[in-house]
Write a protein of this length. Structure first.
Length: 295
């Protein structure tokens, strides 16, 4: 199932799980994972076996082809690391793909790691597309048994059936064991779900700081986020139809957050909301109307 290294892991560290595969709106989790790995020191503790867990035809590995030869092979990875942040705080980090096969065995392996390394608490983060405006802070729904985090940060608490993910199964197992665990599901504007959304990346990293006390430098990311939002604000301001669509989302969001009798922040009084397709199409029409000079 996995290969172990000789790295000595101090007992009692927290565990962060950031997996991609099913949905990663705004590429938030993937970007945050990459930023964490690039901006910290880390050592591999466990490397999971791709041949047991990965569907290669669904997620094909990358090769580098140079003129006449294949010179590099980069398969996907599912890795548990011991990470040290810029202030010297250590934590365990599980990143990579969501397993395609053997979910229960892989989830049991994660539970074994938690028990082996006497993990203090576990946090996972996920990002889904929702009809919310980009002009408001990224909201979230929080699951698990960390009532302190749920009470403070969970803005949407539905009762519904959802498509399961691997981290849902891990959380379910950990909750049964009374292990402190929380899942942060970020609500990303649905019309930006296919873009790399800096605010989503920052929301992932901020949730780790809030819940785990992990310190990561984010100055460059925050500047990138300001520039992204400034460009998007300019586009909305110059397009009446696009502004109307965004204003509708803002009104429903604000009504819900003010605890008014709005049944959902995601629909209007007639049960409708601007679709991702309509907003994306309006953005595309607007950009095309600006001509090649602005491309």
């Amino acid at each position: 199932m996995y290969r172990e290294s000789d790295v000595v892991v101090p007992p009692g560290l927290p565990l962060v799980i950031l997996l991609t595969g099913f949905i990663d709106a705004g590429r938030s989790v993937a970007s945050a994972s990459r930023h964490l790995i690039d901006s910290t020191t880390h050592e591999r503790v466990w490397v999971f076996d791709n041949d047991e867990l990965l569907d290669y035809r669904a997620r094909r590995p990358t090769f580098t082809f140079e003129q006449t030869r294949l010179t590099d092979y980069r398969p996907p990875e599912l890795v548990l690391r011991l990470v040290t942040d810029e202030l010297g705080t250590q934590f365990l980090l599980l990143t990579g793909y969501e397993p395609d096969y053997r979910w229960e065995a892989a989830a049991e392996a994660v539970v074994d790691a938690i028990e082996t390394f006497a993990v203090s608490d576990t946090l996972w983060v996920h990002a889904i597309p929702m009809p919310v405006p980009h002009t408001r802070a990224v909201g979230m729904t929080v699951s698990g048994n960390r009532d302190d985090l749920i009470d403070q940060y969970s803005v949407w608490r539905p009762t519904t059936e959802v498509p399961g993910t691997f981290v849902h199964l891990v959380e379910y197992m950990l909750t049964a064991l009374n292990h402190p665990t929380a899942g942060f599901v970020l609500l990303i504007p649905h019309y930006l779900a296919d873009s790399e959304y800096p605010a989503g990346t920052l929301a992932v990293l901020d949730s780790l700081t809030t819940a785990m006390g992990i310190s990561v430098r984010t100055d460059a990311l925050r500047q990138e986020g300001r520039e992204f939002l400034a460009d998007l604000t300019d586009q909305v301001a110059e397009n009446e139809e696009l502004a109307r669509l965004i204003n509708n989302l803002e009104a429903r969001h604000d009504s819900y957050m003010e605890d008014n009798p709005t049944p959902s922040p995601f629909v209007d009084d007639e049960g409708q909301t601007p679709s991702a397709e309509s907003i994306a199409a309006e953005l595309e029409r607007f950009l095309q109307s600006r001509g090649t000079a602005d491309e």
